[in-house]
Design a protein around this ligand. Structure first.
Ligand code: SF4
Length: 221
């Protein structure tokens, strides 16, 4: 794995009560008061550390991962992501947000560029940069990693920065496949958010095609 010389791998997962981003801590606290039964913490990655594929989203959704404690579980984006993973052979079982134990990932892990829910789904540049230490740590702690799927431009840019790579040679584009160093490949997709599907920017067929291509490359289909 190629990590920048000036960034050191740190821990792969933040503590649930990580306090590095004051605005996000305040927002977590607000949500904890309003919804004490929700998870309301830094959301850990989901999947086995033997994974060959890392999927990087933007940040927990307020009523999705921030509520359930699992990336993408419980909101629209997850209702597109998880069934699409099953279709591609990157997960098995059944997607049911009320019974998440019925789904198992196949050779992949799901994480986020920012681990705490941001107001209006918009983390600041400083928050993205601060949380990158965990993305660096996450990548470094996946010994079999062969591919990363970035969901959206922010995930794409933060992944490149985590790897110590410049953006210019690897521009974000839906469906792009970027060959990086040492056999690692970065794939791009528009984020599977409700906003992107409502506007027609991303259709389920477009998303499934990206996942099918990755599964084929990993020999899983
Ligand atoms: S976003 Fe990341 S760095 Fe910021 S408080 Fe949450 S876990 Fe910590």
């Amino acid at each position: 794995m190629s990590l920048a010389d000036d960034v050191r791998p740190t821990v792969a997962e933040p503590r649930p009560d990580c306090s590095l981003c004051p605005r996000l801590v305040m927002f977590r606290d607000e949500n904890r008061r309003a919804h004490p039964d929700w998870y309301n913490g830094a959301v850990p990655s989901f999947g086995a550390e033997t994974a060959r594929l890392l999927i990087v989203g933007l940040a927990p959704g307020l009523k999705g991962a921030n509520r359930t404690g699992r990336p993408f579980l419980g909101d629209f984006a997850g209702d597109l992501l998880y069934p699409s993973l099953i279709k591609a052979g990157l997960a098995s079982g059944r997607h049911d947000p009320g019974a998440p134990e019925g789904l198992q990932l196949v050779d992949c892990m799901i994480s986020n560029a920012v681990r705490c829910v941001p107001p209006a789904n918009r983390p600041t540049g400083a928050e993205i940069a601060t949380c990158r230490q965990f993305l660096i740590g996450r990548i470094a702690a996946l010994p079999n990693l062969q591919a990363i799927l970035a969901l959206g431009r922010i995930a794409h840019d933060s992944t490149l920065a985590a790897l110590g790579l410049k953006r210019r040679p690897y521009p974000f584009a839906h469906g792009a496949r970027h060959q990086l160093d040492r056999g690692l490949v970065l794939f791009d997709s528009y984020h599977c958010s409700r906003q992107n599907t409502n506007t027609g920017r991303l259709t389920p067929a477009m998303f499934e095609a990206v996942l099918a291509g990755i599964a084929a490359e990993l020999g899983l289909s």
